[in-house]
Design a protein around this ligand. Structure first.
Ligand SMILES: [Ca+2]
Ligand SMILES: [Ca+2]
Length: 496
């Protein structure tokens, strides 16, 4: 059904105009004003939402980044001064994290777009909770409750429930859960701790260790619940190695990057075929075919421009493996990063036209690369005050016949921030533009995007046409002088 069609015209166009244009991209998720750095922990299914925290004046602020609007501070409930976000549901709408994460009275929280932030409370007799994971469907949050020293599982219907521990055990931690919340993984016993897997019917199951007497801990479980990943180490002093566990194969040693002494697997995709993590402060990616490779060099081999970046850990992966989030440094500054579009195919603009407004300078070639060479547009006459006086229609062709995902990105700035920039895609079914995002313009380049992963075919024409409309309109005080929109790059990304 989904066929990558070989369109000679596109292939030729790509080889000439966009050679070296990497398909996966790395995005700096930014920091809040005055921020000292950021760490990324969770990504949704299609790379449109990422979560983590950003440090401002020594205080952690939980963030939820979206491709449309960038960084948003989730704030903190009254009585708390700091927060950190640890995980996000596959649709990006539910976030799990911690209030005052580094204090003795930390509380797990749940955030939703509709209801805001909610304190999940403590287990009976407990005095703190920390949330570490969320199910793909967003209904189950897992973490750890101090006091009783037990992993917890939270659902709307049942509230906070202890996961218990192994028979005779004194301790448990719940670090992650699968797509539907039916499998939880973490740590059981006191010392030495063992990686463990929990289901409602079996309770905790000890996954053992690679070497008798060692310590192990499970950090994550695949979406289907079948693959558990984490680390194994020698108690107290020893080096750690990553492991990948399956029911049939038991615990498999994934080792570490060459020379590394401290390796942890942190996440797995839906079927557990891709594992990511950190190996002596270098992010890694593992597959059975390629083994464990340094993510920095792997991305370079994919054509990603990683200039300035050192990716020190990969903390989460989307179910399809196309998006990764984690932490690192950009030009020496602590930053959260998002890599998206792994496995996607490019589509650069092939033509554009002005429906309202006109070209001040630049041309189609200005839109191809992110190189600060820009297509500069100015407003024109409109039929009414509600109509945007700059409306550019930009066209391309999809290299994929029936993509599972369509992404559209625009890097641009304007001469004023008193403008609204809107992106619409032409719906070939309804024969109308669907307005997908509107936001204020910035006077320095910024990237706005849309990610479509359901009913994608409505945006693909009968001959694989792609059509988008970018518009600009003044808001607030009327601008008395001519203003400009300056577009550096327009691009589509399609995933089969
Ligand atoms: Ca630029
Ligand atoms: Ca450009």
């Amino acid at each position: 059904m989904k066929n990558t069609v070989a369109l000679g015209a596109i292939a030729l166009f790509c080889s000439i105009a966009v050679s070296g244009w990497a398909q996966p991209t790395i995005t700096d998720l930014g920091v809040f004003a005055g921020g000292e750095g950021a760490a990324g922990y969770g990504v949704d299914a299609d790379g449109a939402v990422a979560v983590g925290f950003s440090q401002v004046a020594g205080t952690a602020h939980a963030f939820r980044w979206t491709v449309q609007f960038g960084l948003m501070d989730l704030g903190a409930l009254p009585g708390f001064t700091s927060a950190g976000a640890r995980a996000v549901s596959d649709d990006g709408s539910v976030v799990a994290g911690m209030l005052d994460p580094f204090s003795g009275s930390a509380r797990a929280f749940r955030w939703t777009q509709a209801g805001g932030m909610e304190n999940l409370g403590v287990l009976p007799g407990g005095n703190l909770t920390r949330a570490f994971g969320i199910s793909g469907d967003g209904a189950t949050i897992v973490g750890y409750g101090y006091g009783p020293g037990r992993g917890f599982r939270w659902t709307q219907a049942e509230g906070l429930q202890s996961t218990g521990t192994l028979p005779g055990g004194s301790y448990s931690e719940a670090n992650d859960t699968n797509y539907d919340g039916s499998v939880i993984v973490g740590l059981c016993n006191s010392f030495p701790g063992h990686a463990a897997r929990w289901t409602l019917t079996t309770g905790w199951q000890d996954l053992g260790t690679l070497v008798s007497g060692n310590v192990s801990e499970a950090n994550a479980v695949s979406g289907d619940g079948q693959v558990v990943v984490g680390y194994n180490n020698v108690p107290m002093t020893g080096p750690s190695v990553a492991f990948r566990w399956t029911q049939s194969g038991g615990m498999q040693n994934l080792g570490g990057l060459p020379g590394a002494t401290d390796t942890q697997a942190r996440a797995a995709n839906y079927d557990g075929s891709i594992v990511v993590g950190a190996s002596s402060s270098m992010a890694f990616r593992w597959t059975s075919a390629e083994g464990m490779v340094n993510l920095n060099t792997w991305l370079q081999a994919q054509g990603v421009n990683t200039t300035g970046w050192v990716l020190t850990s990969a903390e989460d992966i989307s179910p399809d493996g196309s998006c990764l989030v984690g932490s690192g440094t950009y030009n020496g500054q602590s930053r959260a990063w998002l890599v998206s579009g792994i496995g996607s195919v490019p589509a650069a603009p092939t033509s554009f036209s002005m429906f309202r407004g006109s070209v001040f300078s630049g041309n189609l070639a200005s839109l191809i690369q992110s190189d600060d060479s820009r297509l500069i547009l100015r407003p024109g006459v409109t039929l009414g005050s509600q109509e945007a006086p700059i409306q550019m229609i930009v066209n391309s062709l999809s290299p994929v016949a029936s993509p599972s995902k369509l992404e559209f990105f625009l890097e641009a700035q304007a001469s004023s921030s008193n403008l609204t920039q809107s992106i619409a895609l032409w719906n070939y079914d309804s024969q109308t533009y669907e307005n997908l995002t509107s936001r204020p313009t910035t006077t320095a380049d910024s990237t706005a995007g849309v990610v479509i992963s359901s009913d994608v075919d409505r945006f693909i024409g009968p001959n694989l046409e792609l059509k988008a409309r970018v518009s600009y309109k003044a808001f607030g005080p009327t601008l008395l002088f001519p203003w400009q929109a300056r577009l550096d790059q327009v691009k589509w990304r399609l995933t089969d």
